[in-house]
Design a protein around this ligand. Structure first.
Ligand code: FRU
Length: 494
């Protein structure tokens, strides 16, 4: 029955209890991945924002740690919250915060948000550091950057070797403006430049920026700089998602390549506030993003039990040049996800389907599903997921408009918010080629990756039962599905 369903995923990160939104300070330090995250120590809706903390050997199995940075009261009746930010390994002790020889400080730079009776009155960038990766001390001379404004947040910092400088990107959300600052010691910062783009999606404020360089995988010797940020969605209309810009960065200024339209990382409704890990081991060149799997549109109302909020699986971002000569990002689950594959529930080289075909060996709500759709003249061809009676989530190729769609309008409990029931689409290449699909299902989470991450749709769902079945379908005429593999996923929880 519904009351027993907690909607807690088993291989996606969720907090032990209470509320989370953005991941913060993703960093590799002391032989572990660290994830900090926006956390309310006092409840399962937004408030008292602090940094929760978890560590992992593989970005999948997380060990919960004590709260790293907790909101506090000031003498004047205001309180300071820890909004989103970054963490860097200061391996040369440029900050001087490592007091003893060889001590490597882990430096967190966050937005100090001052709250006065429920109203934000100031946001500035501040610093706290740790010498053991667990206990943090606030810097004595905070804030580092204070523009005396209410909306100035979400710093992301990285080390730029060429200029031996720390670079910060930070948002002025209401102005759709990003700023770059430079520093030699993580404490004193100078404004380098500003970035705004008239072609960017401004249907929502801009938050949580990041910047990083990616080689073009199918063009030797070429690499581009990427800015990602949260705000805007392909369907706009109040929805939230992540967009990106491609361009160049010389250590001071980002210059965007001209774009005919905004670009998005994920066309689903539940992928927001993603940032890239800092300081991965030297041998690991990947750019790995973790994002909050939710939407401000309804996040406070989702019907999970005992906690609220979770992260999408870590995704590797890569850059490629498409058939039209345009650079685009792909995002695909990191290979570590595959280690959580358990029993192979179904495997089939080829199956022709007309109408619906039950996958009779497939059940459960934590699965990794792969198949290839050979395009046919069927109007719709795809899969019914998490099916229980009339309830189901559909993922299908829609021939009429050449898109891949996810339909959660009948996915189960959709009534907690009028914004929730929805159908999302992502355009597919119009070359008539096969469509390779991978779908990760984890209880309340559906992540769809087409063509190894060229098209992505991430949506939460809240099925009414965990007794579920799966069906391939093709309307009217036959469609051939190839290379079907379905694995049960194992839990990554402690
Ligand atoms: C994004 C965000 C950030 C902010 C944080 C507060 O989801 O609004 O801009 O730092 O959440 O919790």
């Amino acid at each position: 029955s519904t009351s027993e369903i907690t909607y807690r995923p088993i291989y996606h990160f969720s907090p032990p209890q209470n509320w989370t939104n953005d991941p913060n300070g993703l960093v590799y330090y002391g032989d572990k991945y660290h994830m900090f995250y926006q956390y309310n120590p006092e409840g399962d809706t937004w408030g008292h924002m602090s940094w929760g903390h978890a560590t992992s050997k593989d970005m999948m199995k997380w060990e919960h740690q004590p709260i790293a940075l907790q909101d506090y009261q000031n003498g004047d009746g205001t309180s300071t919250m820890f909004f989103s930010g970054t963490a860097v390994v200061d391996k040369n002790n440029t900050s001087g915060l490592g007091k003893n020889d060889g001590e490597i400080p882990l430096v967190a730079i966050y937005t100090a948000h001052i709250d006065s009776a429920g109203k934000g009155i100031s946001q500035s960038q501040s610093l706290a550091y740790s010498l053991d990766g667990q206990h943090f001390t606030r810097y004595d001379h905070n804030p580092l950057i204070n523009l005396r404004t209410t909306d100035f947040r979400d710093p992301k910092v990285f080390w730029r070797e060429e200029s031996k400088q720390w670079i910060m990107i930070v948002a002025q959300p209401l102005d759709y403006r990003l700023q770059f600052y430079g520093s030699s010691d993580l404490k004193k910062w100078n404004l380098l430049s500003e970035f705004g783009d008239k072609l960017g999606d401004k249907s929502k404020i801009w938050e949580c920026p990041d910047i990083f360089e990616l080689p073009v995988e199918n063009e030797a010797g070429v690499s581009k700089w990427i800015i990602t940020l949260s705000g805007g969605h392909p369907q706009q209309n109040g929805n939230l998602g992540m967009q990106y810009f491609i361009g160049s960065f010389d250590g001071k200024t980002f210059i965007a390549d001209p774009l005919p339209y905004p670009l998005y990382l994920d066309n689903g409704k539940d992928f927001y506030a993603g940032i890239i890990f800092n300081d991965l081991p030297e041998t690991d060149k990947r750019k790995i993003m973790i994002a909050w799997e939710n939407s401000w549109e309804y996040a406070a109302a989702t019907p999970s039990q005992g906690f609220r909020g979770q992260m999408a699986v870590p995704r590797e971002l890569t850059l490629y040049k498409n058939e039209k000569g345009e650079y685009r990002i792909k995002s695909f689950p990191v290979r570590e996800v595959n280690n959580y594959r358990g029993n192979l529930l179904a495997t089939q080289n080829s199956v022709a389907v007309t109408g619906s075909k039950l996958l009779n060996s497939v059940t459960g709500n934590a699965l990794d599903i792969e198949f290839v759709i050979k395009r046919s003249s069927a109007e719709q061809a795809g899969i019914k997921l998490l099916k229980h009676g009339e309830n189901q989530t559909l993922v299908y190729f829609n021939k009429i408009d050449n898109t891949l769609k996810i339909d959660r309008t009948k996915s189960g409990n959709v009534s907690f918010s009028p914004k929730f029931p929805s159908i999302e689409s992502v355009p597919l290449p119009d070359d008539g080629g096969d469509i390779a699909i991978r779908i990760l299902i984890d209880n309340n989470s559906v992540e769809v990756f087409a063509n190894r991450g060229k098209q992505v749709l991430t949506d939460l769902v809240f099925p009414v039962s965990d007794k579920v079945s799966y069906e391939l379908f093709s309307t009217e005429v036959a469609t051939t599905f190839k290379d079907l593999n379905v694995w049960e996923m194992k839990s990554s929880m402690e």
